[in-house]
Design a protein around this ligand. Structure first.
Ligand SMILES: Nc1ncnc2c1ncn2[C@@H]1O[C@H](COP(=O)(O)OP(=O)(O)O)[C@@H](O)[C@H]1O
Ligand SMILES: [Mg+2]
Length: 251
């Protein structure tokens, strides 16, 4: 481990898809164990930014370094091996498998089997339901499982793309408590994309606000709290439940 292990630096990122530039001039740094919240309306490029960091979208310019290594051109598996974990907005769990099988399916070798118990230690609720199938879990527990599954590879920084999306308020609170507990227990750093401003202000140390692919705010949570006009005027994000947030998911 180098001193910079877990530190992510995104410098002047220009990214998108083949022939399409979605993000422009995105720069931020998050130290080991840090918590960065990412806000922005639908379609501004939050998911695309995560895809660029994970090597799943096109980087047209700029530089991404993680743990002191330039990962800009590295394939996804090498970024994962370097310690970047990813919980996509699509929630990749196997609903026909049990909780335990979902976790074991993310283990690469028998030597790493103990990581399943480590994940259960971070998410005791999942241990209680280790033999339940994905279909027998609540929406919040399924999302908890998606997060737990991403911890199996031993990330030092976890990218979570709207993990609370589509959950009722009580389940949102429960999942956020579980994520908070995971972060405090494990020291894993987090990038959290989230539509609920209050959740981000409570959870994060720093905030990045995107508007049409460009950063309009990168800075501390406290400064943002002192000047909520940034939220009101720059992007019109409202506190509380976002209209139309009950995006129907198959599960
Ligand atoms: N695979 C893709 N190919 C081309 N354009 C895409 C693709 N995925 C998303 N986009 C476009 O990129 C922009 C940003 O989308 P996205 O990153 O999903 O936004 P957000 O996560 O902030 O809602 C949108 O205009 C979207 O249509
Ligand atoms: Mg998205």
């Amino acid at each position: 481990m180098t001193l910079e292990a877990g530190e992510l630096r995104v410098e002047n990122l220009r990214g998108g898809y083949a022939g399409t530039v979605v993000l422009e001039g995105v720069s931020f740094r998050i130290g080991a164990g840090g918590k960065l919240g990412i806000l922005g309306r639908n379609g501004v490029g939050k998911t695309t930014m995560f895809a660029c960091i994970m090597g799943l979208a096109q980087i047209h310019g700029g530089r991404i370094t993680f743990g002191g290594t330039d990962v800009t051109a590295l394939p996804t598996w090498r970024r994962a091996r370097a310690g970047l974990g990813y919980v996509p907005q699509t929630r990749d769990i196997f609903k026909s498998l049990s909780v335990e099988e979902n976790l074991f399916s993310a283990v690469r070798s028998a030597a790493d089997d103990k990581r399943v118990e480590a994940a259960f230690a971070l998410f005791p609720r999942l241990r209680e339901r280790r033999n339940n199938n994905g279909t027998q879990l609540s929406g919040g527990e399924q999302q908890m499982l998606a997060v737990a599954r991403a911890t199996i590879s031993g990330p030092t920084l976890l990218l979570m793309d709207e993990p609370l999306e589509g959950l009722a308020p009580r389940l949102r609170d429960e999942l956020m408590d579980a994520i908070r507990n995971m972060v405090e227990t494990s020291g894993i750093g987090c990038l959290l994309v989230e539509q609920h401003v209050d959740v981000v202000l409570d959870f994060a140390d720093e905030v990045l606000i995107l508007e049409r692919g460009k950063p309009v705010y990168v800075g501390g949570v406290d400064e943002l709290r002192e000047d909520p006009s940034i939220l009101d005027h720059a992007i019109g994000l409202r506190k509380g439940t976002r209209e139309g947030s009950s995006i129907a998911r198959a599960w």
